[in-house]
Design a protein around this ligand. Structure first.
Ligand code: CP
Ligand code: NVA
Length: 334
């Protein structure tokens, strides 16, 4: 029997602060239950007759495919809509598109630039809207990350996550809040220019304090990662910021995750893992990195036994499924 909190019914996810700490942790537990159910070969009907619109302004491998398969596994349908396909934001306002799609679909997952667009979709569609990444936040990613930590270490207790890289991007913002809500210590290692936004940091610090953990920001990565159990990084240049590539490479080269940095945790041979939301630059063969050799993580770390990045990416599917099921499933039909 699957269990989840009734309060999640009909809920949108704009950012992790949209949910209580208990709701966020409950969703992670539901994802673990759904993962086990799928492992046993069960394809259910929890989303039968439910249809989800996937509006994508930016590229995606994991979020798009996780969403399509999550809903298909449970008997529902998903439609992938990109900007050139629909009138969204060009010939038709976001508000009008929201009202149109809300009468057709049971839910909308949005990936795009502006957080405000995501919020407008939620305000006017009348159906749950899930943020599949904006410039500001990437909440569904962090549900998968926390599930991966919990599976690997057996619990989220007594754990320190050190994020190394662009400290104010969407993943870093959501990871900081996710750790705070889960009672996980969070360390951000980033150059001064990329320190977390003050308001985002203050909001997460208040939650962390309530849960008995702290958040620390360092510009020296070797000092920052000392004692960390999870080293986490992301690309140095997020989608939409391509014009900043040269500047970011210059700033972030000293923040590469390599075996030296893994050793600086002091936890080699102990409780230690590497995570990355992916896609990752970890070898010199990609079109983007071949001239600069700028990699946020070395192959040695990426391919090491510490790397759980493919468990993490698989968990995107189970956690997105949990989000859809908890918001849309009519329990009477289970
Ligand atoms: N991590 C993540 O969101 O991957 P995609 O960009 O492939 O969806
Ligand atoms: N920060 C990255 C995350 C990709 C999943 C980006 O926004 O491009």
């Amino acid at each position: 029997m699957l269990n989840w909190m009734d309060s999640l019914r009909g809920r949108s996810l704009m950012r992790l602060a949209s949910f209580t700490d208990e709701e966020m942790l409950d969703l992670i537990d539901l994802a673990a239950q759904l993962k086990e159910r799928r492992r046993c070969g069960v394809r259910g009907n929890l989303l039968e007759r439910k249809n989800i619109a996937l509006i994508f302004e930016k590229s995606s491998t994991r979020t798009r495919n996780s969403s399509v398969i999550a809903v298909r596994d449970e008997g529902g349908g998903a439609e992938y809509l990109t900007r050139p396909d629909i009138h969204f934001g060009k010939k038709e306002s976001v508000k009008d598109t929201a009202r149109v799609l809300g009468r057709i679909y049971d839910g909308i997952l949005f990936r795009g630039f502006s957080q405000k667009t995501c919020e407008e979709l939620a305000e006017y569609s009348g159906v749950p809207v899930w943020n599949g990444l904006t410039d500001a936040y990437h909440p569904t990613q962090i549900l998968a990350d926390l599930l991966t930590v919990k599976e690997t270490f057996g619990s989220l207790r007594d754990c320190t996550v050190a994020y190394v890289g662009d400290g104010r991007n969407n993943v870093a913002n959501s990871l900081m809040m996710g750790c705070a809500k889960a009672g996980v210590r969070y360390v951000c290692c980033t150059p001064k220019e990329l320190w977390p936004d003050e308001a985002v940091l203050a909001e997460a610090e208040a939650v962390a304090g309530k849960n008995g953990v702290d958040i620390r920001v360092f510009d020296d990565p070797r000092k920052g990662v000392k004692g960390a159990n999870v080293l986490y990084t992301d690309v140095w240049v997020s989608m939409g910021e391509e014009a900043k590539t040269a500047e970011r490479i210059r700033m972030l080269r000293p923040y590469q995750v390599n075996m030296d940095l893994m050793r600086a945790t002091g936890n080699i041979g102990g409780k230690l893992m590497f995570l990355h939301c992916l896609p990752a630059f970890h070898d010199f063969n990609t079109e983007v990195t071949k001239d600069t050799g700028a990699l946020e993580v070395t192959d040695e770390v990426f391919e090491s036994k510490y790397s759980k990045v493919f468990d993490e990416s698989e968990n995107r599917m189970h956690t997105i499924k949990a989000l859809f099921v908890s918001a849309l499933c009519d329990r009477a039909e289970i």
